[in-house]
Write a protein that binds this ligand. Structure first.
Ligand code: NAP
Length: 281
């Protein structure tokens, strides 16, 4: 049975690739963007199976309108992809409140509100949420902490959501891409306006890396989209999809680091209950 999708942020990159993969196999997709002109390349190729809708995740009214239009036009909404997002690079001390608050409005608060608004439709269809986190949603590095903190939040929201909605017949898939060749390190990556030389050796490395890597990232968005669509189809797919060898490597290193910290002081840090009672969680 063909599925009906709504994808936030389809103007380029992973959102556009997921839309194309779903459309190529006969699904219907509500393509959404802040500027619907940017959707014409895909919409023109699939005029009878696409809707082109205005959607800005920081404007809940636009999200609600897009969901209502898509559900009414398609009869139901099976897959909701929380994809829209962007990054800010800079040390924690360098990124200003205006810069990190706006990023949270898009990557976190926008995703929460879109999820809340889409839940009734997905409960009706027993559908699937695809939430775009990042390899940096598990493992961060100097200069990427504030962007990563938005994706750590996406991880927590998605993990809890999965536990809450599974008994209601709704699935959640968390996507954790490494570096993929999209517009992400170009127009979707902001460098903090403040630059403090004391961070050149740490956060500065991330600035240099992102500039040098833009356009030559190893990850292929088309291959990513194929894995994501396959996971939507497969009820037995895992909750998390780390995409690319870099994501696998970095997440494994983070898990090892956490395990090593727990082992290093485990006898002391676990022994903090009253009268040494076992903690029941
Ligand atoms: P991209 O090509 O730059 O796409 C980002 C998309 O987000 C664009 O369509 C952009 O639309 C949209 N967007 C930004 N703010 C929005 C808002 N307020 N409302 C609606 N749409 C908005 O980059 P991408 O790599 O495909 O990024 C997609 C997702 O993957 C993001 O959440 C990103 O954090 C995540 N990710 C990417 C990578 C990577 O290496 N590429 C790695 C890990 C995670 P406009 O055209 O209107 O700007």
């Amino acid at each position: 049975m063909p599925k009906s999708w709504l994808i936030t942020g389809c103007s380029s990159g992973l959102g556009a690739a997921i839309a194309e993969e779903a459309l190529a196999r006969g699904d219907r997709v509500a393509l959404t963007a802040r500027d619907t002109e940017k959707l014409t390349r895909i919409a023109a190729r699939y005029p009878s199976t696409t809707l082109s809708l205005h959607l800005d995740v920081t404007v809940p009214g636009s999200v609600a309108a897009a969901i209502a239009t898509a559900e009414q036009a398609f009869g139901q909404l099976d897959v909701f992809v929380n994809n829209a997002g962007y990054g800010v690079i800079g040390a924690v001390e360098e990124v200003s409140p205006e810069e990190y608050r706006q990023m949270f409005e898009t990557n976190v608060f926008g995703l929460i509100e879109a999820t809340r608004l889409a839940l009734p439709a997905l409960r009706r269809s027993h559908g699937t949420f695809v939430n775009m986190s990042s390899g940096s949603g598990i493992a961060t590095r100097a200069g990427f902490g504030l962007y990563s903190s938005t994706k750590f939040a996406v991880e927590a929201i998605s993990e809890a959501l999965a536990l809450e909605v599974r008994p209601l017949g709704v699935r959640v898939v968390i996507v954790e891409p490494g570096a993929f060749r999209t517009d992400f390190l170009g127009r979707s990556m902001t460098i903090a306006a403040t630059r403090l030389p004391i961070y050149d050796e740490t956060a500065g490395g991330m600035r240099t890396l992102s500039e040098s890597m833009s356009g030559s990232q190893p990850g292929d968005p088309v291959r990513a989209a194929k894995v994501i669509v396959a996971a939507v189809d497969d009820e037995a797919a895992p909750l998390r999809l780390p995409l690319g060898p870099d994501a696998h490597r970095n997440i494994k290193a983070k898990l090892d680091w956490v395990s090593a910290d727990m082992a290093a002081w485990g006898d002391r840090t676990a022994a903090t209950s009253f009268e040494q009672l076992e903690v029941k969680t």
